[in-house]
Write a protein that binds this ligand. Structure first.
Ligand SMILES: NC(=O)c1ccc[n+]([C@@H]2O[C@H](COP(=O)([O-])OP(=O)(O)OC[C@H]3O[C@@H](n4cnc5c(N)ncnc54)[C@H](OP(=O)(O)O)[C@@H]3O)[C@@H](O)[C@H]2O)c1
Length: 260
């Protein structure tokens, strides 16, 4: 991938940790200039210090209109363009639907869905003027199927898939791509950071893939202009069973429910 993205400017939200940090590093290694957006400034600055010429830190909370406007304006002022937006900022939640406080569910949607929409709407006028651009939305395997104690999180990621599908069609013929990446279990601090009401942080004994694997898939999807990508073997199996044997999946997950 070396030099594949030279002269391109990429914004990565949620770049302070996990998949976002790995994706920012991968784009920089492939020659891009990368704008690091998240709330934890110190983490962003530490990452930026590794390649100061290629990284720009713009502290951003994706739930705040003013922050997102500043993110795009600062990028354009500093580097004059944006080629790729990676909508990666996100938060998890492990809780039964019945017991989830509404305010927490709304906050989760505000980060995972409205944050992504806010960033997308902020870059689109610029992409339209340029006649090109790529929006990479980080969904989840839970954009395709919902598991017990993940109802609200899955709803936010189903919403990301719906938005991606509609927007892709709306932008057909404009030169702007919409790419949906659906990672499965990935080893990041996501599980420690999530809202959790009782029960274990993770389902079952599955091990996650490293965030660098997801980052590579994101870069590959941009080069190939892929529509959507499902990651991890268990994720692909789950999506296949959901499509062809949904009752079997319900039965397996209901058995698991009693253990989680
Ligand atoms: N890990 C997995 O197994 C997995 C699987 C499927 C999908 N995903 C998705 O992958 C994405 C990245 O997750 P991860 O695994 O890398 O988790 P992570 O290590 O916890 O990273 C989450 C990132 O989101 C940022 N973030 C959270 N709230 C934000 C806000 N209001 N404004 C701006 N940034 C915010 C955090 O930065 P700050 O705290 O600095 O703001 C952090 O950089 C998420 O969308 C997640 O849903 C993860």
């Amino acid at each position: 991938m070396k030099n594949t993205f030279t002269h391109q400017v990429v914004i990565v939200t949620g770049a302070s940790s996990g998949i976002g940090a790995a994706t920012a590093q991968a784009f920089a290694a492939a020659g891009a200039r990368v704008v690091l957006a998240a709330r934890q400034q110190e983490r962003l600055r530490t990452l930026a210090a590794t390649q100061p010429d290629q990284f720009l830190v713009v502290p951003t909370d994706v739930t705040q209109d003013a922050d997102v406007t500043r993110l795009v304006e600062t990028t354009l002022w500093q580097w004059g363009r944006v080629d790729i937006l990676v909508n990666n900022a996100g938060l998890g939640m492990r809780a039964p639907v019945e017991a989830t406080p509404l305010a927490d569910a709304q906050y989760l949607m505000d980060v995972n869905f409205f944050g992504l929409l806010r960033c997308t709407q902020a870059v689109l006028p610029h992409f339209r003027r340029q006649g090109r651009g790529q929006i990479v939305n980080v969904g989840s395997i839970l954009s395709l199927l919902a598991t017990p104690r993940n109802g609200i999180y899955a709803a936010s990621k189903f919403a990301v898939r719906a938005l991606s599908d509609a927007l892709r069609i709306e932008l057909h013929g404009t030169g702007i791509d919409v790419i949906l990446i659906m990672p499965g279990y990935t080893d990041t601090p996501f599980f420690e950071n999530q809202f959790r009401y009782g029960g274990p942080a993770r389902i079952g004994p599955l091990r996650g893939v490293p965030p660098e694997t997801v980052a590579r898939a994101i870069l590959r999807a941009c080069v190939r202009r892929q529509r959507e990508v499902v990651l991890t073997f268990p994720g692909k199996c789950g999506a296949w069973i959901k499509r062809w044997c949904p009752r079997l999946l319900d039965w397996v997950l209901a058995r698991q429910r009693d253990r989680t």
